[in-house]
Design a protein around this ligand. Structure first.
Ligand code: SAH
Length: 196
């Protein structure tokens, strides 16, 4: 089959990025008004968060500049379709997890005033639906963006961030919610329902 114009992947990338920002913005604004009572952020976490910003914006440079042209390859319909599907699923889950987590959301490891353990909605089956959503989004871009740098960078950084964060985040939740979190953890999986 003929390769497609990379314009399709660029549109997907732009729309996906705008949606991520649009879904998160109101929650970010609201949660800023609630005081933090415990901060679990370390040096690695700060570095990874900075890297996550780079990984979010670098693919946009691929769209708007010729700088990453050396790593381009032809776009095929199947990867574009599969990638778009993963991005769409990721966005739906990203929206649902923000809605369910409400004011308990933070961009980093924090416990806020009046923090409640959320176990309903998309948190009923897995403990980290927002991370699953970001990994789905990243996997979709990795498959659909026909560039060896701009395509996989978000997935790679998100996978690193999630890998380094799950342990400390669950420890923070255990320290905050004790037996309630133990019980919750024993009936749920981390990222993939029924699997892990
Ligand atoms: N790991 C979750 C939440 C990501 S946001 C997910 O992927 O969906 C990170 C913040 O959420 C952390 O600061 C932590 O305090 C909070 N958090 C994580 N799980 C939570 C839960 N089940 N209920 C309430 N807050 C939670």
């Amino acid at each position: 089959m003929e390769p497609l114009d990379s314009w399709y992947a660029k549109t997907l990338l732009l729309m996906g990025s705008v949606m991520i920002v649009a879904i998160r913005a109101p929650h970010g604004q609201r949660s800023r008004t609630i005081p933090v009572v415990h901060r679990g952020q370390g040096g690695i976490e700060r570095t990874l968060l900075a890297l996550a910003w780079v990984a979010f914006f670098l693919p946009l440079l691929w769209v708007f500049t010729p700088w990453f042209g050396f790593a381009d390859y032809p776009l095929r319909p199947l990867p574009l379709g599969l990638g778009a599907l993963a991005v769409a699923l990721g966005l739906v889950l990203f929206h649902r997890s923000h809605a369910d987590l409400g004011t308990n959301w933070s961009i980093t490891l924090e416990v806020r005033e009046g923090h409640r353990l959320v176990t309903h909605g998309v948190y009923r089956q897995i403990r980290h639906p927002m991370y699953t959503a970001l990994l789905l989004h990243g996997a979709g871009l990795a498959v659909a963006v026909p560039n060896w740098v701009a395509g996989p960078i978000y997935l790679v950084v998100m996978a690193l961030l999630v890998a380094c964060r799950l342990g400390p985040e669950e420890a923070l939740m255990r320290a905050t919610f004790g037996a309630e979190y133990e019980a919750y953890a024993s009936r749920t999986r981390r990222l993939v329902p029924h699997v892990w």
